[in-house]
Design a binder for this molecule. Sequence first.
Ligand code: ANZ
Length: 974
Amino acid sequence: MPRYDHSSIEPKWQAFWAQNRTFETPDQPKEGSAGKLYVLDMFPYPSGDGLHVGHPEGYTATDIICRYARHQGKHVLHPMGWDAFGLPAEQHAIKTGTHPRDTTYKNIDNFRRQLQMLGFSYDWTREISTTDEEYVRWTQWIFLQLFNSWFDPTFEWTGPDGVKRTGKARPIADLPIPDDVKSQGETAVRSYQDERRLAYQSEAPVNWCPALGTVLANEEVTSEGKSERGNHPVERRKLRQWMLRITAFAERLLNELEPLDWPESVKSLQRNWIGKSIGAEVDFFVLEPGKKADSSDQYLSQRASSGFPAKPGDDVLRVYTTRPDTLFGATYMVVAPEHPIVDRIVTAEQKEAVEEYRRKSASKTDLDRTDLAKEKSGVFTGAYALNPVNGAETPIWVADYVLMSYGTGAIMAVPAHDERDLEFAQTFDLPVIPVVQPPDEKTNPIGFTDPGTAINSGDYDGTPTADFKKKITADLAERGLGREAVNYRLRDWLFSRQRYWGEPFPIWHELDDQGNPTGMIRGVDESELPVTLPDMDDFAPKGTPDPPLSAAPESWLYKTAADGTRLRRETNSMPQWAGSCWYYLRFCDPKNTDAFIDPEKEKYWLPVDCYIGGAEHAVLHLLYSRFWHKALFDLGHLSKPEPFQKLVNQGMILGEAELTAYRIADESAYSDQRDEKFATDLQRPWVSARNVEEKDGQYVEKETGAVLEAVMIENDQVAKKGNDFVLKDDASIVVDSRAHKMSKSRGNVINPDDIVKHYGADALRLYEMFMGPLEQTKPWSMSGVEGVYRFLGRVWRMIVDDAAESVVLNPAIKDVEPTEAQDRVLHKTIKAVTEDIEKLSFNTAISRMMEFTNEFSGQNPRPKSAMSQFLLLLSPFAPHLAEELWQVLGHSDSLAYAAWPKFDEAKLVESEIEIPVQVNGKLRAKIKVPADSDAKAMEEAAKADESVAAQLEGKQIVKTVCIPGRLVNFVVKG
Ligand code: ANZ
């Protein structure tokens, strides 16, 4: 009996597609092409664990879209590659001595095998790995483009997309050099340029993680100030680092996000990350250390005429505020400990305390410093400044809740209307003056942070907040003491890592005669790209931020330039994000040796029409690649301003839902107060799931904090109570029946290899699409996999004769015209599946195909044409089975490019419908009537029915209810 045997069908078709190069994408579209479609997966990091079931979820979705589009005659680009630099291979090397390159390429082979086993229609000739030397060449080339340019914020231009913009990345050679810099000579000019490049070095406080031996980007540090990878402590240290000037693009990254077809949640995450804030900068005059003004009014009026900034000789402290309307309530000021003004203003008495405080805060991370929950700390500088609106002498404090890297690094504190300021004022006993009256008179103004009406604000009293802000900003601007200002939360991107397994920077440092760096740098000549990694065998971190590449062979590290200068290579390496910033471009032209992408190919394929991947990349990868794309766009290398037109996040696949009961982990943690029953038989007591919380990776009892143990239990130990599962023995104990994230420690990880072995790739693909809507988080279910596997078996038997000796057509399949009813089911299915695929609603499309199969399996004859069309609908989902059955039906070619079935609206309408006939509300018959029958015709047809007639016989019809298309009901008497 020829049963559905996925293990022979699937390898057969995979080999067929490979041999026939079925899915290779020619650069030129075929004649009559329906246009291009670029569908991209977020390429994976090839980890040693291999594929997990989350990968094929997104990959099946894109594969369905691509296969469907090929049936539609589209010219489809569907590539795959590897994001293959990164820490794990290097850490593996440290442990085992295996070179990261060997580990990486071995893992890639395994990933490729797994993906090919799933029958994805990738064009494998376009495969790239970010670690390939030819790829690294162009990553370094792009870095050099950033290095060789600066951002001109006022430049007005119209891009190749026809849009007018202000601000542009331009060649560094076009940077105007001020005369006073020029006059200082070449070194000064070069330094001036170096400080303005899009890729620049800075001596910046960074997140140094001793355990990982590397610095981390802010994004790689958790809200607890630990490393995202490994949860190790992170310290602040000052280090020379490479930075990328992403902040220059903040406004465009924000504005150009809006028209994209992306999930609103991702857009909003990016908006928040960029964090645009509109407010004002306001200048406070700083008095001489320790001195108070004799007459502040006089002092102020003298300076009111001075321009902005103040006259030379005046010392001003400039603050950034989003609430200039609260100026009258500013009772003190705060500067960040790193603020340069501190040295100038601190009084002799306060100097020691301030210095001590600055030392302490230097080791804290920004997160530590700004955490609302943390107690406020600070020290008075001894200095005062004058509030420009009322001349009030305002003490200046140093406190680390103000960050040097935001705004101006200084604030005016308004404790009445700012939470952090209020806490600080209460800690240090500083005055609190309310200046905003809440709309509701009864609300206490102190602690009120929303808009209201001005009080205690002189002539401005009674002004609503929004008006006040505008008015005072204008008034201050007129007096030269303030102006509107915009700030972004976005910081420049810290771009260097102290790792071996990453792209080397294409940068030389110039050395003096003693071999010490002069501070001057130069880019590696393009002809010398790629800078490949030197062969090394010791990758272990040395416990210092000195990168492993510093120990590279001298021949790699040093060279003498043509002009005789001794040069040393940059020894930091690029972060893993670098390679993934532009891989979507390379896929369009993966073998180009002259350019990172041929401009014609970029024009043709970009933007990516559909990009599917995990929501974890909502901010970083998507923001970084948009930034690179825009810089390359400005520099004339790209024609479109955005890389990804449509974005879809697939939902997470959780482990199978399990019944988990919790009980006290440690016997000593419970005492006599607990149920005696447990104490006597020495069983540890169960704790209801309602009283359980997760804390630091452990389950604990909410009230007592006692550590709990999670125990998997069997179905027969629980009972259902309302919506809960409870223990049969004790109904007060609620059992957790949730699904959890797949993790090695929970032991609920599903390996795709196992599923493919037992059920096949088609079943895995189909199941992952059938689990629920693509974007939703959903739990794995083994019985669900079995369900779709059975469905595929039914499809097989619908077309193959399972009573025969070999694989032959089911005798029910005939070359006949479909009946009207068959046609209706077929066309309904075509319509639904087509529309569902367009909406990426794959689970509902599968349901419709299941309905079709149920319907047709019971019919004889089954028209061959209907079977063929059905197989085309099925093919994007279960391509192996569809190809096999297509062949059984007698087609000689692959179905991959066969035209997608069309539905005929006319065939969808039912010509005859079945309606129930009731007598006194009781169902007595079902009759068939023409679909367009009116009430009269329905009534007659009902009366003509034998069993209805029998019911009506000898009775009086009091009333007849006829709802066309729905029912007939006779109300009778007697
Ligand atoms: C006075 C004030 C009164 C403020 C008030 C708020 C409420 P966003 O919206 O995030 O931009 N601030 C400014 N620079 C700061 C820095 N470097 N470190 C810490 N805090 C800083 O927040 C802007 C507000 O955060 C500013 O407005 C300032 O406090 C504070 F009722 O000024 B505000």
